[in-house]
Design a protein. Structure first.
Length: 220
């Protein structure tokens, strides 16, 4: 069953990305949601090896993300809804966090966040779009927290999914606010759908219960 769902997710996702026209918008949105419905079903069919709470929270995050997929056509509404979805993912990943991670591991995420704030959010505020700029900063922050908590789980599927989500949102932000990207839909949606599949698949992950670091200096 799960293999069938993965095949359907891949096929319908590619059909949406490469074959579905922009108009009519209602049909475009409907086709965009079909892979997410299948991803939710895929997650629901996976046996939880982390915890039942983890599975339930991931599934709620997927459902909220699906709502955000439709709301993103009204950008601020979509941004706010994805913000909420990331809060569910953060909560889920925190329930699976079993390892202390050295502080230096967060440096790439921090540098990325600062770069995106300077490149995208600051110019929006400088042009008078203060609310939009602040919303972008808040979203970057929650995205980075999601990525960091994902790394702390040390679950490969979660980490890969979070990095793919960050890539997808980065492509979307660059295309919308900086420069139009070639193959925009493919870049954004392939990484996005893949991220959600990895999150759904992570429900089956086994926690690695290795001893934690003894020093408190490296904890974050």
């Amino acid at each position: 069953m799960r293999k069938v769902l993965l095949t359907l997710i891949t096929v319908i996702g590619l059909i949406y990305i490469f074959l579905i026209p922009e108009e009519p918008v209602g049909f475009k949105i409907a086709m965009k949601l079909v892979p997410m419905i299948l991803i939710i079903l895929y997650g629901a069919t996976n046996t939880s090896r982390v915890s039942s709470l983890y599975k339930k929270t991931i599934l709620v995050g997927l459902v909220v993300s699906m709502v955000a997929d439709a709301a993103i056509y009204w950008f601020m509404a979509g941004l706010a809804t994805f913000f909420v979805a990331h809060l569910f993912y953060i909560f889920a990943f925190r329930t699976a966090s079993r390892k202390s991670i050295p502080l230096f591991a967060a440096i790439p995420l921090i540098l990325y966040g600062l770069f995106m704030v300077i490149w995208i959010a600051v110019p929006q505020m400088a042009s008078g779009e203060l609310l939009l700029g602040m919303a972008i900063i808040a979203y970057i922050l929650v995205l980075l927290v999601m990525g960091w908590v994902a790394i702390r789980t040390r679950l490969p599927l979660v980490i890969i999914g979070s990095l793919l989500f960050i890539c997808s949102d980065s492509f979307l932000a660059i295309d919308r606010f900086v420069i139009e990207l070639p193959a925009r839909d493919a870049l954004i949606m392939i990484t996005y759908y893949a991220a959600q599949v990895f999150f759904a698949a992570s429900i089956q992950s086994r926690l690695n219960l290795l001893p934690q670091y003894d020093t408190t200096l490296n904890r974050i």
